[in-house]
Design a protein around this ligand. Structure first.
Ligand SMILES: CC(=O)N[C@H]1[C@@H](OP(=O)(O)OP(=O)(O)OC[C@H]2O[C@@H](n3ccc(=O)[nH]c3=O)[C@H](O)[C@@H]2O)O[C@H](CO)[C@@H](O)[C@@H]1O[C@H](C)C(=O)N[C@@H](C)C(=O)N[C@H](CCC(=O)O)C(=O)O
Ligand SMILES: Nc1ncnc2c1ncn2[C@@H]1O[C@H](COP(=O)(O)OP(=O)(O)OP(=O)(O)O)[C@@H](O)[C@H]1O
Length: 514
C-alpha cells in the first residue's frame, strides 16, 4: 500500500485541514509506504503522525528509522530530512489519511456499531455471535474485550481500547476484509468521537443503548453535555438508527437521529409496558417472560410495518441473567434483523452467549456464591445489585468494589448510593488507582455510604479484599466482585500492573479455604 504526497494533500484540502507543506524537496509524487504514530515502529518511507502526548524526540527517532514524511500541527525544524505536512487537527488528519492508506476498507464491510454508557460489549457479543453463525464466520468484532479480524486463531486478540486508534481501526478493518470478512460489529466509545478515532466513518447501522453520567474527568469529557454530544455523533453518522426508547435524554437522541436519517430508517424499542420520557413511535417491544438465575427469556414483538418486515418476532432464551440483558439482546436482534437474519435463524443462538467478566458465577460449598461483574458506574451497579437482591432475598450481599483514579469521578458517589440501597457489607478496595492514592478514593466512596445500613471495611490490596469477602461469607450469602470484570491488569501510576483477574483470584482463594 502506498500514498503520494499529492493524494494526501488533496484529502486534507478537501476537509479544510491543510495549513502548509514544508521541506517538500522530493515533490508531490513522493510516496509513503507505511503509516505510524509510534516512533518505535517507524520504518523506511513511513508517514509519521505527531499526536497526543507527543515529544519531538519521537519524531527525530522516526527519522533515524527511515520515516520520510510527518503530519503535525506545527513544524519541527529538528527533522531536516523529512517533509512536513502541517494541519489544523492531527487526529482528524490521521483518521482520513489512514482510511485512504488502507484503501477504505469500511466500504467493503456492513458495519453495525453500538454506543451507550452500558451494554455495548454485551450487545456486540450478542450480535456477533448470531452473525458469526449466519454469515459462516465472516463477521469481525471490535469490542472492549477482544478483536476478531479473521477466522484464524491468531486473528483473535485482546483489545487495548474499546474503539481503537483510527490508524489501527482502519488497519484491522483492512485485515478483516482481506481475510474474507464482510460484516463488522463494533463498539464505539464517546472517547472515540472526542479523540476523532472514527472521524469520517459511516456505519450501516448505529445503535444508541442508553446514557447515564460517566466518563467525565481530566482525561475524558469536560462535562455531561460533551459526553452526550460525542455519543450522538454515532447516530448522525449511521444510515439506519436503532434507539432504546427507555433511555434518558430520549428527545435529544431521537432528534439527533432524525436530523440525518429518515424516520422510516429509525427503529425504537422498549420493554412492553414501560413508559418513555417522550412519545415516540415504538417499533419493537420485548416482554420479560422470565428473568431469574436459571432462565432469562423474552418475547420480541413488532408494532410497525417496517418492524414487521424484519421478521424477528418470537421467543428468545438468553444465557446471561439480568433484565438489562433483555434490552441489550433486543437491540442486537434488531441489528441482525436489518442485516437480513430472521427469527428462524436467530432464535436459538443467544442461549449460549456468555460475555467474559459479566455476571460470571462461581459456586462454592462452604461460602456464598460469587459473581464477577463489570458494573462500574451508578446505573450498572444499581441494576446489578437490584437484580441480585431480588434473586437472593435472604442472604447477605457482600460487595467488593473500588473506583479508578484520574477518571469517572462521579462513580464514587454512585457506588456509595447503590451500596447504601442494596449491600449489607461493602469491602472497599483498589481498582486502577492511576496517579491517585487508592486509600483516598476509598475514603471518598465511603463518605457517600450510609453506615447505618452498610458495614464497611477498607482493604486497599484487592487480593486481600476478595479473600476477606469470601472468607466471611456464609453459604446463603452472595459475594459480588464488581467493576473489574475480566481486566487483566491494575493501572498504577501509568503502569499496567498485571492482575490475575477477579475470577482467578476468587478461585484461588476458594481453593485455599477448602
Ligand atoms: C486520553 C486518551 O484517550 N488517550 C489515548 C491516546 O493517547 P495519546 O495520543 O496521548 O498517546 P500517548 O500514549 O500518550 O503517546 C503520545 C504519542 O507518542 C507516541 N510515542 C510514544 C513513545 C515513544 O517512544 N514513541 C512515540 O512515538 C505514541 O505512539 C503516541 O502517538 O492514544 C493512545 C493510543 O495511541 C491511547 O492508548 C490513549 O488511551 C488511554 C490509554 C486511555 O486510557 N483512554 C481511555 C480514556 C479510552 O479511550 N477509553 C475508551 C472507553 C471508554 C468507555 O469505557 O466507554 C476507549 O475507547 O477505550
Ligand atoms: N443495558 C444495561 N443497562 C445497565 N447496566 C448494564 C446494561 N448492560 C450491561 N450492564 C451492566 O454493565 C456492565 C458492563 O456491561 P458491558 O460490558 O456490556 O457494557 P459496556 O458499555 O461495554 O461497558 P464499558 O463502556 O464500561 O466497557 C455489566 O457487567 C452489567 O453489570
Amino acid at each position: 500500500m502506498a500514498l503520494e504526497i499529492a493524494e494526501i494533500t488533496t484529502i486534507l484540502k478537501e476537509h479544510h485541514l491543510l495549513k502548509q507543506i514544508v521541506n517538500n524537496v522530493k515533490g508531490d509524487h513522493q510516496k509513503i509506504t507505511g503509516v505510524t504514530y509510534d516512533s518505535r515502529r517507524a520504518d523506511t518511507n513511513d508517514l509519521f503522525f505527531c499526536k497526543g502526548n507527543f515529544k519531538p524526540a519521537y519524531l527525530e527517532y522516526a527519522q533515524t528509522q527511515g520515516a520520510t514524511v510527518y503530519i503535525a500541527e506545527q513544524q519541527y525544524d529538528s527533522v531536516a530530512k523529512m517533509c512536513g505536512i502541517i494541519v489544523s487537527d492531527v487526529s482528524k488528519a490521521m483518521a482520513l489519511i489512514s482510511a485512504a492508506y488502507y484503501d477504505y476498507p469500511q466500504n467493503e464491510l456492513f458495519i453495525i456499531a453500538f454506543t451507550g454508557t452500558k451494554g455495548k460489549t454485551t450487545s456486540a457479543y450478542y450480535a456477533h455471535n448470531i452473525l458469526k453463525e449466519t454469515t459462516g464466520d465472516k463477521t469481525a468484532l471490535f469490542s472492549t474485550i477482544d478483536r476478531i479480524v479473521g477466522p484464524k486463531p491468531e486473528q483473535q486478540f485482546k483489545s487495548d481500547l474499546t474503539t481503537p486508534e483510527s490508524l489501527n481501526l482502519f488497519h484491522d478493518m483492512r485485515e478483516a476484509v482481506d481475510s474474507g470478512m464482510h460484516t463488522l460489529v463494533m463498539e464505539v466509545s464517546s472517547q472515540a468521537y472526542l479523540r476523532n478515532r472514527v472521524y469520517g466513518l459511516h456505519y450501516d447501522v448505529g445503535v444508541f443503548l442508553n446514557i447515564s453520567p460517566d466518563h467525565i474527568g481530566r482525561n475524558e469529557h469536560p462535562n455531561f453535555a460533551n459526553y452526550l454530544h460525542c455519543k450522538l455523533q454515532l447516530l448522525v453518522n449511521s444510515d439506519i438508527c436503532v434507539i432504546n426508547a427507555e433511555t434518558d435524554h430520549l428527545e435529544e437522541i431521537y432528534q439527533a437521529a432524525r436530523a440525518t436519517t429518515d424516520p422510516e430508517k429509525i427503529y425504537l424499542y422498549k420493554q412492553a409496558g414501560n413508559e418513555t420520557q417522550v412519545e415516540v413511535p415504538v417499533d419493537f417491544t420485548f416482554h420479560n417472560d422470565r428473568d431469574d438465575l436459571q432462565v432469562n427469556e423474552i418475547e420480541v414483538s413488532s408494532h410497525t410495518e417496517k418492524a414487521n418486515a424484519l421478521q424477528i418476532n418470537g421467543r428468545y432464551m438468553l444465557s446471561m441473567p439480568g433484565s438489562y440483558n433483555q434490552s441489550n439482546a433486543t437491540a442486537a436482534l434488531i441489528t441482525v434483523g436489518v442485516a437480513g437474519v430472521t427469527y428462524k435463524e436467530a432464535h436459538n443462538l443467544l442461549s449460549k452467549v456468555k460475555v467474559p467478566g459479566r455476571m460470571e458465577s462461581i459456586q462454592s460449598q462452604k461460602h456464598g456464591v460469587i459473581y464477577v461483574d463489570y458494573a462500574h458506574n451508578y446505573a450498572s451497579m444499581n441494576a446489578l445489585l437490584s437484580f441480585l437482591r431480588s434473586q437472593y432475598p435472604k442472604g447477605r450481599m457482600i460487595v467488593v468494589v473500588g473506583s479508578p483514579g484520574d477518571k469517572g469521578i462521579s462513580r464514587r458517589k454512585g457506588f456509595g448510593k447503590a451500596l447504601t440501597s442494596y449491600a449489607d457489607v461493602a469491602i472497599l478496595t483498589a481498582d486502577d488507582p492511576g496517579f491517585e492514592n487508592p486509600a483516598d478514593i476509598i475514603t471518598e466512596i465511603d463518605s457517600y455510604i450510609d453506615h447505618q445500613k452498610v458495614h464497611v471495611e477498607k482493604i486497599v490490596d484487592r487480593y486481600d479484599a476478595i479473600k476477606r469477602a469470601i472468607t466471611i461469607s456464609q453459604p446463603e450469602d452472595v459475594v459480588i466482585l464488581a467493576a473489574k470484570g475480566e481486566d487483566p491488569y491494575q493501572k498504577v501510576k501509568g503502569v499496567d500492573t498485571p492482575w490475575p483477574t477477579d475470577s482467578v483470584v476468587a478461585k484461588k482463594v476458594l481453593k485455599g479455604l477448602a
